[in-house]
Design a protein around this ligand. Structure first.
Ligand code: MOS
Length: 737
C-alpha cells in the first residue's frame, strides 16, 4: 500500500505550522507560562574566577519586602552537580569558586524587581587565588584527554606517517590558526519555571533536550526521573548552549522546593557569559604536504582548546581532517588546557566550524603555493571512500556541489591573483571552501492517532529549537497517514510523550522523522486492515498493496470508484480512534557506510583599502544533504548557518579579563553578531541526493553544516582581495591594516 502522489507533501515549502502563533505572541516560551503563586528567582554570581567564599552576608537581602528566601551554600539542601549525565554543574553545595559567573546563591521574591534588588544587596567576601585564564600562556600544561569526542571518536588518530609524507612532499604548508571564545547568544535567554506538585516536579525549560534535562535534574536532586516532567513547547534558539541542563535549572527546582511556591528563573543576557557554556578558544596547527600536481601526501591537524578544571569538553577541530580529503598520511590530535573558566560546550557545528576554518584556509594556502585553482585542488584530493575508516560513503554529492557552486557563483571569471579584482575603490575578493558535517541519528519513538473526525494527532517528545520540527514532522506524518497537512496536528515538547534524543548534532530531523514515519504508516495500515476484513467495506477482501491512501480515504488503485474514508471505517467500528506507537532506531548501517553531508561555500567580499573594513557582498552555498523535508525551512536553516559563519569570520569574539576571568563584552552591544546590514543576498542550492542507507526517509541533518567552511571561505576571499592571510579569527580591520 502506498500513499498517492497528491499527498506527497514532504519536501514542499510549507509555511511554518507554528508561524501564526509565533508572530502573534501565542507561542508560549518557557518563561511565559502563567503559573499560580509564581515567584521569581535571581542568582548571585561569583565575581572572581578562583578561590573560596570567606563570607556571604545575606541579611540585608532577606529584609527586602517580598523576599521569600536567600539560598546559598550555607543553607542549600544536599544535591549533587556531578550526577545525571551532561556537564557537571554547581548547585550551591560548597564555598568553592571555580569560575567567574558561577551561581553562588539565589534570591527568591514575589516580584522580579524585588529579587533583583535583594540580590544586589548580598555581600560576598572571597579568599581569592590567582586563576589560570589565558590558554596561550599555559600551553605547557596541555594534555591529551582520555575521554572520547563527539561521535565516539578518540582524540588522537593516525593513518600512515605524516612526517614521511611531509618529507616526500614537493610543497608544504605549515601554519597555525586560532579561533577565540564565542558565545551562542540565542534570542531567548535560558529560562526555567519550576513547579512542585507534591513530590513531583514540573519544569518549563528552555532546552534542546527535554529527556536529558529530566535525567540531569533528577540526578542532581536525587529523585527518580519519572518524578520530573519537562515541558518545552517553543525554544528561541539553542545553537548548543541549551543542549545540556546547566546549574540554574536544578537551582530553580531547589529554590521552588525551599519557598514551597513555583519559581521562575531567567538568566539575563549578561549572565549567559560563563555558566552556560561557550565555544572554546582554539589553537590549530595544520601541516599539508603535496606533490607538484596537488596530490596530498600528508595532512596533520593538531588542535588545542580550553576546558574547565572540573570537567572535560573537547572541541573536535580535527574531525573533518579525518574524512574530507584522500591522503595516505593523516594525523589528528586534540589537546586540552584546563582554565579557571566555565566548561565550554557544543556550539553550532562544534569542531567542524572552528576546524574547517583552519583546514580550509590551509587548503587555500596550498592552492596558492601550487598555483592550482582552489576548487581543482579539492577535486584532485577527492575522497571516494572515507580515508580514516576505509568504508564507502552512504552518499556523497560533493563533486556536484563544487560544480554547481562554481557555476552559480561565476567562479571561472575569477582572476586568482590577489588584489587583481576591484569594484571602484573597493578590493574585491572571491573565496571558497568545503562544508561538511556528519549525519547522526539516535533512537526515537512516536505515537500516531487517527481520530473519528478524520484528523490525526501525532506526538513525539522532542524539541523545536526554531529549526522547524513542528512543520517538517507535520509533513512527514501527513504523508505517512495519507492525510492533508491541515488535518494533522504534530505535538512535541513534553517528557510524557514518546522518547527522543537531544536536538544536537543535527540529528532531530533524521531521528524523529524515522519514528513519525513508522508510527504514521502503522496507524494507517491498522485502519486499512479493519476495512479489508470488513464485509461492509467497499474495500472488503482487496489486497493491501492494491490500495492507495489519499486525503483521508483509501482507494483501490485501478477502480477509484471503490473507496472509503477513514471516518467511515472508524464510525462503522464504533471507534474513537486508531493508534499506533513506533520505536525507530539505527541499525548496523553506520558500520558499513560513512555518513556525512557535504557542500561548498563561495563568498565574495569587498574590502575598503583605506579602512580595512570587510563587507560580505555575495554568497552561494550548495549542499548535498539527502532528502529535503521542507524546501523553505531547509533554505532558511542553511542561510542561518551561513549568517552564523559570517559572525564567526568577522565579528564574534568573547573577551576575557585575564586577571579575574570575567567576560568584559557580555552583552549584544559589545559582543557583535551580524545584523541584516551585514548579510548579503545568500543563495542556497540543494543537490538532488537520494541516500537509501542513512534512515527511512533519507534525511541528513542540516542545522549545522551551513556554518562549516564559511569562515574559511571569507578568510580566503579576504586574502584574494588584499593579499593578506588572516589566520586569527575574527578578521577585524586592525588585522588588515
Ligand atoms: Mo548542536 S551545537 O550539536 O546543539
Amino acid at each position: 500500500m502506498n500513499t498517492g502522489d497528491k499527498n506527497t507533501v514532504v519536501g514542499k515549502p510549507l509555511n511554518r505550522v507554528d508561524g501564526h502563533l509565533k508572530v502573534t505572541g501565542g507561542a508560549r516560551y518557557s518563561a511565559e507560562f502563567p503559573v499560580a503563586k509564581l515567584t521569581y528567582g535571581v542568582t548571585i554570581q561569583s565575581t572572581i574566577a578562583k578561590g573560596k567564599i570567606a563570607q556571604i552576608d545575606t541579611k540585608a537581602a532577606e529584609q527586602v519586602p517580598g523576599v521569600l528566601a536567600v539560598i546559598t551554600h550555607l543553607n542549600a539542601p544536599k544535591a549533587s552537580g556531578e550526577k545525571g549525565g551532561g556537564h557537571k554543574v554547581q548547585v550551591l553545595q560548597d564555598n568553592i569558586v571555580l569560575y567567574s559567573g558561577q551561581h553562588i546563591g539565589v534570591v527568591v521574591a514575589d516580584t522580579f524587581e524585588r529579587a533583583m534588588y535583594a540580590a544586589s544587596l548580598v555581600q560576598v567576601r572571597y579568599d581569592e587565588e590567582k586563576p589560570t585564564i589565558n590558554m596561550r600562556d599555559n600551553l605547557a600544561k596541555a594534555y591529551l584527554p582520555k575521554g572520547k569526542m563527539p561521535g565516539e571518536e578518540p582524540p588522537d588518530l593516525a593513518h600512515g606517517n605524516v612526517n614521511q609524507g611531509l618529507a616526500a612532499a614537493a610543497v608544504r604548508v605549515e601554519q597555525t590558526y586560532t579561533t577565540p571564545i564565542e558565545n551562542h547568544n540565542p534570542m531567548e535567554p535560558h529560562a526555567t519555571t519550576a513547579v512542585w506538585q507534591g513530590d513531583e516536579l514540573l519544569l518549563y525549560d528552555a532546552t534542546q533536550g527535554i529527556f536529558s534535562t529530566q535525567e540531569k535534574v533528577a540526578g542532581v536532586l536525587g529523585i527518580e526521573p519519572k518524578k520530573v516532567r519537562i515541558m518545552s513547547y517553543f525554544v528561541g534558539g539553542g545553537f548548543g548552549c541549551k543542549g545540556s541542563a546547566w546549574s540554574h535549572v536544578p537551582i530553580a527546582a531547589i529554590a521552588a522546593r525551599q519557598v514551597n511556591r513555583p519559581v521562575k528563573l531567567v538568566l539575563g543576557r549578561i549572565q549567559m557569559y560563563g555558566p552556560v557554556g561557550f565555544r572554546p578558544e582554539t589553537i590549530q596547527q595544520v601541516s599539508l604536504g603535496a606533490t607538484r600536481d596537488g596530490k596530498l601526501t600528508a595532512l596533520r591537524h593538531a588542535g588545542t582548546s580550553q576546558t574547565s578544571t572540573f570537567d572535560e569538553f573537547i572541541e573536535p577541530v580535527g574531525k573533518s581532517a579525518r574524512m574530507l580529503y584522500a591522503c595516505p598520511n593523516i594525523e589528528t590530535s586534540h589537546h586540552l588546557v584546563q582554565l579557571d573558566q566555565g566548561t565550554p560546550t557544543f556550539m553550532r557545528a562544534p569542531g567542524e566550524a572552528s576546524g574547517s576554518f583552519a583546514l580550509e584556509s590551509a587548503m587555500d594556502e596550498l592552492a596558492y603555493a601550487l598555483n592550482i585553482d582552489p576548487v581543482e585542488l579539492r577535486l584532485r584530493n577527492y575522497a571516494d571512500v572515507d580515508p580514516s575508516k576505509g568504508i564507502p560513503w552512504s552518499s556523497k554529492s560533493l563533486k556536484e556541489c563544487y560544480r554547481l557552486g562554481a557555476e552559480k557563483f561565476g567562479w571561472q571569471k575569477r582572476n586568482p591573483q590577489p588584489r587583481s579584482m576591484r569594484d571602484g575603490n573597493y578590493l574585491l575578493g572571491w573565496g571558497m571552501a568545503t562544508a561538511t558535517y556528519p549525519t547522526n541519528r539516535s533512537p526515537a519513538s512516536a505515537i500516531a492517532q487517527i481520530m473519528a473526525d478524520g484528523t490525526a494527532v501525532v506526538q513525539s517528545g522532542s524539541q523545536d529549537i526554531g529549526t522547524g520540527t513542528y512543520t517538517v514532522m507535520t509533513q512527514v506524518a501527513a504523508e505517512a497517514l495519507g492525510l492533508p497537512v491541515n488535518k494533522v496536528r504534530f505535538e512535541l515538547g513534553d517528557t510524557k510523550m514518546p522518547k527522543t534524543p537531544v536536538s544536537g548534532g543535527s540529528q532531530t530531523a533524521a531521528s524523529v522523522s524515522s519514528a513519525v514515519h513508522l508510527a504514521g504508516n502503522q496507524a494507517r495500515s491498522q485502519l486499512l486492515q479493519l476495512a479489508l476484513a470488513d464485509q461492509k467495506s467497499p474495500l472488503y477482501s482487496s489486497k493491501a498493496e492494491d490500495v492507495i491512501a489519499e486525503d483521508g480515504s483509501f482507494f483501490l488503485k485501478n477502480k477509484s470508484s471503490a473507496s472509503e474514508t477513514y471516518q467511515a471505517i472508524l464510525a462503522r467500528h464504533g471507534m474513537k480512534m486508531i493508534e499506533a506507537r513506533a520505536d525507530a532506531k539505527p541499525g548496523e548501517e553506520k558500520k558499513k557506510f560513512s555518513m556525512h553531508a557535504f557542500g561548498s561555500q563561495f563568498a565574495e567580499v569587498r574590502v575598503n583599502p583605506d579602512s580595512g573594513e570587510v563587507r560580505v557582498t555575495r554568497w552561494v552555498g550548495t549542499f548535498g544533504v539527502g532528502r529535503i523535508l521542507n524546501a523553505k525551512t531547509a533554505n532558511s536553516q542553511l542561510i542561518g548557518g551561513i549568517v552564523y559563519g559570517i559572525g564567526m569570520a568577522l565579528m564574534e569574539h568573547t573577551v576575557t579579563d585575564p586577571h579575574r576571568g570575567r567576560v568584559v563584552n557580555a552583552d549584544l552591544a559589545e559582543y557583535h553578531v551580524p545584523v541584516n546590514a551585514d548579510v548579503p543576498p545568500i543563495e542556497v542550492f540543494f543537490v538532488d541526493e537520494h541516500d537509501p542507507y542513512i534512515n527511512p526517509l533519507g534525511v541528513k541533518g542540516i542545522g549545522e553544516i551551513g556554518i562549516t567552511g564559511t569562515a574559511a571561505a571569507i578568510a580566503n576571499a579576504v586574502y584574494h582581495a588584499t593579499g593578506k592571510r588572516v589566520r586569527d579569527l575574527p578578521i577585524t580591520l586592525d588585522k588588515l591594516l
